[in-house]
Ligand binder design. Sequence first.
Ligand code: C2O
Ligand code: CU
Ligand code: CU
Length: 498
Amino acid sequence: MKKISRREALRIAALAGGSILLPVGLQNRGSAQSVNEQVKPFTLAFRTPPVLSPVRSDSTTDYYQISIQKAQVEILPGLKTEVWGYDSIFPGPTIKQRKNRQSIVRFINKLDSHTLVHLHGMASLPQYDGYAEDKIPTEHYKDYTYPNTNAATLWYHDHTVGKTSLNIYMGLAGMYIVQDDDELNLPLPKGNYDIPVIIQDKQFASDGSLIFNNQTQIRLMGDVITVNGVPWPRMEVANRKYRFRVLNASISRSYKLGLNTGDDLTVIGTDAGLMSAPVNTKDMRIATGERYELIIDFSKYPIGTQVVLQNLGLPNNDNFSNTDKIMRFDVVRSETDDSLIPSTLRNIDFIPESSAVRTRDFTVARNSSGMWVINGKGWDQNRVDANPQLEDVEIWTFRNNTNRSFHPMHVHLIDAQILDRNSQSPFAYERGLKDVFYVGENETVRVIGKFRPHTGKYMYHCHNIVHEDHDMMGQFQVGEGGIDPLSSPAQPLPAPAF
Ligand code: C2O
Ligand code: CU
Ligand code: CU
């Protein structure tokens, strides 16, 4: 709830490399540079990232290419901001794929620092999972193979050890959607009514440049909320149902979503795909890394109604004057709506607790030297914290024994389910397949999952990326052996044609 003072901001800016540029939102409110005068919420048009076309396709595979480079883009009207973008845009292009077709995505690093790519939510082989040490140096490329075994909303982002927060903050994040026939055959809103909503908070200096301030190593939160790269956009909608694929791609901020009308959000999907049945809720939390698919039904509103998607606020987030708002929907036209929300979306085999062969305990905390640790330990590529056998079902308990922070814990490779939180049922909207689990203040969250489909080493970590970088990350090993995550290193350019 704490707002940083001007004095503190100056000190932080100085620490951040001698720059004395103040965050726009922290400047004298009378100044023409104040973000409140530069960008009034709900004045900029909503847009969605472009969908990437494959370079080539054959009977089994679509081949994509993305070049990672610096670009100057206009985020604040009239100012240029340097971003590090997938294909020079922020967020990156959306990749859309059909279940069980293979994607091979070539990422070409044209930055002057290294990066690497993780496709969050994909059960990739270890060498394609974006292992934090498997770097793509400058002027190198790497081809990542993705099997697309589940229909879900995923996202690709940087995962470089110790540098992930900087790299994602500078723009290295994009959405990746896998669809299957079962989902496409449901009468849900589709096509132009199926919309990505990628939420990121940012802090800008008065010249438009991004301020990256992780000096406290606790969290990095901006005063400008962007959706698909646009500050507080305004979207014109018809009076019908829309499906929104909401991704929180912020570095640290969590949001409590709710509509200003007090009407329900209808949750139809979680991180790893559709829920078994829709869940109505007036509000819901979403932490970094989490995805929720929502239906908002605008048919009840007269033309001319403005519906605000709000951030109702959560503990241990920094509040600024407009961080309680995300975007606005203006109902501007009437259309017939043939979409429906079926009462059954799909069958999910929930794993019974009795099938777990063991339980592991992970306490997440800050140690006395200020590092974020799991069971007292930080990242060490030579240490393995857990060794489930292939197909074993395990219960992982994440414990946060303080009220000073929350930790969205992410486990690579598997889709799992929350059994309980502080011995109570999880929120109704969390009862789907997930890969990020909100471990709030003084919360103990138990998660059950089956370790499959690959053997090998995979990471698990906090998705507050400042925590992840400093040093709240470990790895587990499924079964024995498995492919070495470093066995398919990046290659120097030029890349041969696909
Ligand atoms: Cu979204 Cu290991 O990351
Ligand atoms: Cu991941
Ligand atoms: Cu954390």
